[in-house]
Design a protein around this ligand. Structure first.
Ligand code: ZN
Length: 175
């Protein structure tokens, strides 16, 4: 049995015990609960990348490489999002330039509505499936209920911006 499953069951059992007798060693139990809840799911590790919608990677690359002096890590197509993607390294994080390769690409629709600019913030996570389930259970709206293949062999899923005060967040799990 996985550690998370055991911990979750333990939390539920402890909550039941508190319902039956709220005074039963309440402080100890609540202390343990808050401790174990923190460990239940690991927090996002870092900002993996910031996604920026552009009409043409070729047109904007000189600004990033020659003016900002960022290192181009690679360019690839991501069929699930119908985009061409360029990654630029900056410390531990990256900038992800997103160019639509089809009219139906979410990036094409974004540029049409809002113009070029910051599109999303991607957080590096472990156990993306468990993270998504937990968000769902907490009533957070998701664009992807389960992860889809992203760039560089990562598994990714987007949260709904309606649940994040207008910010589009991506969870990103590297293999
Ligand atoms: Zn991204």
């Amino acid at each position: 049995m996985k550690k998370e499953v055991v911990i979750n069951r333990w939390i539920e059992a402890t909550k039941e015990m508190l319902k039956v007798d709220p005074d039963w060693n309440k402080e100890t139990l609540e202390g343990l609960l808050s401790q174990v809840s923190k460990e239940k799911v690991s927090v996002p590790k870092k900002i993996e990348h910031i996604g920026i919608a552009v009409k043409s990677i070729d047109e904007v690359l000189p600004f990033y490489v020659e003016s900002l002096k960022l290192e181009l890590k690679g360019i690839e197509e991501v069929p699930t999002q119908k985009v061409r993607v360029a990654f630029l390294t900056i410390g531990e994080a990256k900038l992800e330039l997103l160019e639509p390769i089809s009219e139906e690409s979410p990036i094409a629709q974004f540029i049409e509505k809002k113009g070029e600019g910051i599109h999303h913030v991607a957080l590096a996570v472990d156990n993306i499936n468990e993270r998504l389930n937990e968000l769902k259970n907490n009533g957070v709206r998701l664009i992807h209920d389960s992860p889809v293949p992203g760039a560089a062999g990562a598994l990714v899923a987007f949260l709904h911006p309606k649940s994040a005060s207008g910010v589009l967040y991506e969870f990103c799990e590297k293999k």
